[in-house]
Ligand binder design. Structure first.
Ligand code: ZN
Length: 216
């Protein structure tokens, strides 16, 4: 693959994987390591959760993150907070202007309500999160409000939410430097009933880099 995807990262690359369209991914990331997610083909929502590695009852909290930064959007410098009020990770770089904290994850239930009964069998982010969780002793109750990287959820003046065309493009990325040892869980969103993936789910790339001996 094109190694310009490593620009700006620490020089030791521990993980470099492509997450197929519609697929889940999870992995442990240590404090001090950087997780980069690359929107390979553009306009691809990446649903995302974090759990403390030592005790997964501590996990990413949208409420604590929004309250701590007094803003609903995630940008460079944003700190992802846990439900214990501790910093889990910081956005150290992103080539997309902002990311969503409030749009949530798609599910077969919400698809059915929004788009009709014929969409009930469509694969959804909640299914992906559950696939990951079941491998690690977690269940549906552990799926909390998630981040949507690369997704554009504007809030109108009257408070109405939209899910509109993305602001991302091929090769754009977000870098997260971890503040604690975590498990990161990704659903590469399979939604085809609204524009969050341009009606065409595509692969993303996951890179984990650290300050160990250079691998490149
Ligand atoms: Zn989704």
């Amino acid at each position: 693959m094109n190694n310009s995807a490593y620009d700006g990262l620490p020089r030791a690359i521990r993980v470099d994987e492509v997450v197929a369209a519609r697929a889940p991914w999870d992995g442990f990331v240590q404090a001090g390591e950087t997780l980069r997610i690359v929107d390979l083909e553009g306009n691809q929502a990446v649903d995302f959760l974090l759990y403390a590695a030592h005790d997964d009852t501590e996990r990413y909290s949208a409420q604590d993150t929004i309250a701590a930064q007094a803003n609903i959007l995630l940008r460079v410098g944003s700190i992802l907070m846990s439900n214990e009020g501790r910093p889990m990770a910081q956005i150290t770089a992103t080539t997309v202007a902002y990311h969503d904290t409030i749009g949530g994850a798609c599910s077969c239930e919400s698809n059915t309500l929004r788009y009709g009964h014929h969409t009930k069998s469509h694969h959804a982010c909640v299914d992906n999160f559950l696939l990951s969780h079941l491998r690690h002793g977690r269940g549906k109750r552990d799926i909390v409000s998630n981040i949507n990287w690369f997704m554009n959820v504007p809030v109108e003046a009257d408070g109405t939410l939209g899910i509109v065309d993305g602001i991302s493009a091929p090769g754009l990325y977000v870098d997260l430097k971890m503040r604690m040892d975590v498990m990161a869980v990704i659903s590469n969103c399979p939604q085809v009933n609204n524009p969050c993936n341009g009606f065409n789910p595509t692969p993303v790339r996951v890179v984990i880099a650290n300050d160990g001996p250079a691998s490149r």
